[in-house]
Design a protein around this ligand. Structure first.
Ligand code: CA
Length: 229
């Protein structure tokens, strides 16, 4: 659930905002003092901040600036005066949105939803989960370029890793040594298809329990290799 911090000294406004946001499924906290509000904003995790401008203690300008420096969540500024909003813009404090009082609660909710989903998309893209292939006791973390066998990490050279990942990403597909050489080594590379054989052998030593009976990379006699799943 998304958490929102409202820093607003007019309690009736804060409560109204809170009611509407809670009805839309948000968890809402209110602080009526600027300094306490700033402290909470910095100490806790919120998905969005709604800031009044004129507050006892620290004012909304300063709170906005401090949140921007320390937190990665949208800031929505609320003000009674249109010229305050021009001032906020002019200061370049990095608020994500501005609303002038009086505003309709449903407009506030719509803007809050839009900003939270926009941030979720941004964060979602930047903290994408690692791309992992897991087959039986073998785990290949393609993003981190790490390989684990029975939970134990094995060291792979770049080409060994690329070759294993290529095969495991295309399971049950038979590749000739020429296919693999073309895919993993660029054409200008010194070497030939014997390089593929050598690398397959090294990979098997790392991932197979018994290299004479490989359970992952199967040799298709006279053709090439296939990753079995
Ligand atoms: Ca105020």
């Amino acid at each position: 659930m998304s958490r929102i911090l409202i820093i607003e000294d007019e309690e009736s406004i804060a409560e109204l905002e809170k009611d509407y946001l809670e009805l839309s499924g948000f968890e809402v906290e209110i602080e009526t003092d600027g300094t306490r509000g700033l402290q909470r904003a910095l100490d806790e995790e919120f998905n969005l901040y709604i800031l009044d401008l004129m507050l006892p203690g620290t004012d909304g300008f300063e709170i906005c600036r401090r949140i921007r420096e320390n937190k990665d969540a949208p800031v929505l500024m609320v003000s009674a005066r249109k010229d305050d909003i021009d001032k906020i813009r002019g200061l370049g404090l990095g608020a994500d949105d501005y609303i002038t009082k009086p505003f309709s609660p449903s407009e506030l909710v719509a803007r809050v939803k839009a900003h939270i989903s926009r941030y979720d998309r941004l964060i979602g893209n930047s903290t994408k989960r690692n791309d992992v292939i897991e087959i039986r006791n073998l785990k290949i973390d393609k993003t981190a370029r790490r390989v684990f066998v029975n939970g134990e990490e094995k060291n792979f050279t770049t080409k060994e890793f690329d070759l294993l990942t290529f095969l495991a990403s295309n399971p049950n597909h038979v590749y000739t040594k020429e296919d693999l050489f073309r895919n993993i080594w660029n054409m200008e590379s010194v070497g030939d298809i014997a390089t593929v054989t050598v690398h397959i052998k090294k990979i098997r030593e790392k991932i197979e329990l018994d290299t004479s009976k490989p359970q992952y990379i199967e040799t298709i006699w006279g053709v090439g290799y296939r990753f079995k799943i």
